[in-house]
Design a protein around this ligand. Structure first.
Ligand SMILES: [Zn+2]
Length: 165
């Protein structure tokens, strides 16, 4: 082999980055709400769509989202999948069901885990509610909601939620 063909072209090494995240005004209000057990979204001043977590502006019309909206702790599964491969960022026992959930009153979905039911019972349109950690453990973190579980309400027809899928 020539020296050129054995040249080092790649080096694998651990890297660690420590940083401080500043959430901004809108997301800060959301995180303070989560710390108190409330889910706070914001409505667009122009089109009225409700975003959670809010970012301070509507991505559709670029208007401010200055009106706070307290959202329900229940919603509808828009889509889901059963995960059977590990992820460094999700501390859940495999397999688990990850879902996109539209909280009542919101116009954007949140990610959540579906538990307390069999995976083959999970379906689009299924009604679920948030299950929170004990209040003494609440932090400024959406992980205060540990998962969502089914509730005894009729499924939402696909026609009513298809714009969110
Ligand atoms: Zn808007």
């Amino acid at each position: 082999m020539s020296e050129e063909s054995t040249a080092v072209t790649k080096l694998v090494t651990p890297v660690r980055v420590s940083y401080t995240y500043t959430p901004g005004v809108a997301t800060g209000k959301f995180l303070r709400g989560i710390r108190r057990g409330k889910i706070i979204g914001q409505a667009c001043d122009s089109c009225g769509r409700v975003y959670v977590p809010p970012r301070g502006a509507c991505p559709r019309c670029a208007s401010p989202t200055s009106q706070e909206v307290e959202l329900a702790h229940k919603g509808t599964i828009i889509t889901f999948c059963v995960v059977r491969v590990p992820s460094e960022n999700i501390d859940a026992e495999l397999p688990y069901c990850a879902a996109s959930i539209l909280l009542d009153g919101a116009d954007i979905t949140l990610f959540g885990l579906i538990q307390e039911c069999k995976f083959d019972e999970v379906r689009i349109g299924m009604r679920v509610e948030a299950v929170w950690k004990p209040e003494s453990e609440w932090e400024y973190n959406l992980a205060n909601i540990v998962h969502y579980r089914p509730i005894e309400e009729p499924d939402v027809p696909y026609e009513q939620i298809k714009e969110y899928s």
